[in-house]
Design a protein around this ligand. Structure first.
Ligand SMILES: [Zn+2]
Ligand SMILES: [Zn+2]
Length: 351
């Protein structure tokens, strides 16, 4: 099969022929129709993340091995399966849950494989969907999507699921004020999910008026451009001086998080999602005095993906796919994402 592989970080991906995996026992071979091109793919390609004080956190230190076929947002159809697979038939359309764990740690035992102590995620720790076929280790990681569009559904398993789980972790209740920081692909998805799941007043903060306009169209009650106004003052004005009940930060950089903390009300929740990175200084006495909580949120569990797919089937989420690339164009896709030229989501379509 044809595949795009990262041989070494920072070097162009090679497009080459590799053996097509043969599914055994519980495994399913999925013919890839759409793979979302994600910022996490860029981090893999660059070999790591920004840590505090200019430290670079290498993905190889966290168990990633190269060469690797990236791609964790995979939708396609069932090509073949092992003798122990039940309930699936050839050509059935499926979305792959990529946040696979080793199955035995405390998180895996309660169905939160996305938080596994020894993650085996697809497209990160094992070969993913920048290929004609992908081997899924167990049929329990598949979600049936019937006749839905694979381009639109692919990124539900990552950006969609991350936004869904982050909004749930924010625990925003009706009448509460919910702030979403960053109106990129994740933030815009979160606006739609928050609109459907909560009855909170939603405010979106970003640097770009066009994105903010889009956020408003998708259901944000208020938008704030933080280049022209002071977001802390604006949020205080909108909440009778109290501050936001919940802030979900899809950027998660030193500057945004310092602002998030200042706009949080007593007992508020701050959910950190983005992987921009950096560090912040905490006023420690204020933590107990104001009893706010800082919560890290990473992707989501399988059952959340099932819920999200059901929501998407009802048509309440607008597709954010704006570009389609062939497998041969994997390097172009990643470069354009890196240069900020992709609005919403790009997908690679190998077949
Ligand atoms: Zn992703
Ligand atoms: Zn585990």
């Amino acid at each position: 099969m044809k595949a795009a592989r990262i041989i070494k970080p920072k070097e162009p991906l090679t497009i080459e022929n590799v053996p097509t995996p043969k599914p055994k026992s519980t495994q399913v071979l999925v013919r890839v129709q759409s793979t979302g091109v994600c910022h996490s793919d860029l981090h893999l390609w660059e070999g790591g993340y920004a840590g505090p004080a200019g430290i670079f956190m290498k993905v190889e230190d966290r168990g990633v091995k190269f060469p690797l076929i990236p791609g964790h947002e995979v939708a396609g159809s069932v090509e073949g399966f092992g003798e122990d697979v039940e309930g699936f038939s050839p050509d059935e359309k499926v979305l792959v849950y990529p946040w696979i764990g080793e199955g035995l740690c405390p998180a895996c035992r309660v169905g939160e494989e996305n938080l596994c102590d020894k993650p085996r995620s697809l497209g990160i720790y094992r070969d993913g969907g920048y290929a004609e076929y992908v081997l899924v280790p167990h049929y329990k990681y598949l979600v049936k999507i019937e006749d839905q569009n694979t381009d639109n559904f692919a990124s539900l398993s990552c950006s969609g699921l991350t936004a869904f789980s982050a909004i749930k972790n924010a625990g925003a209740k009706p009448e509460e004020s919910l702030v979403i920081v960053g109106a990129g692909g994740l933030g815009l998805m979160a606006v739609q999910i928050a609109k459907t799941l909560t009855n909170s007043a939603i405010t979106v903060i970003d640097l770009d008026d066009k994105r903010l306009e889009e956020a408003k169209k998708l259901g944000a009650d208020h938008v704030i451009n933080s280049t022209s106004t002071d977001p802390v003052k604006e949020i205080k004005d909108l909440t009778d001086g109290m501050g936001a009940d919940a802030v979900v930060d899809f950027v998660n950089a030193s500057k945004t998080v310092a602002t998030d903390i200042s706009m949080l009300r007593k007992r508020g929740r701050l959910v950190l999602v983005g992987l921009f990175g950096g560090s912040v200084e905490l006023n420690l006495a204020l933590m107990p005095l104001r009893a706010f909580r800082i919560i890290g949120s990473y992707t989501g569990k399988y059952t959340d993906l099932v819920e999200l797919v059901a929501l998407a089937k009802k048509g309440v989420l607008k597709s954010v796919v704006s570009r389609r690339f062939k497998l041969d164009e994997a390097n172009d896709a990643l470069n354009q994402l890196k240069e900020g030229k992709i609005i919403g989501r790009a997908v690679i379509s190998p077949s």
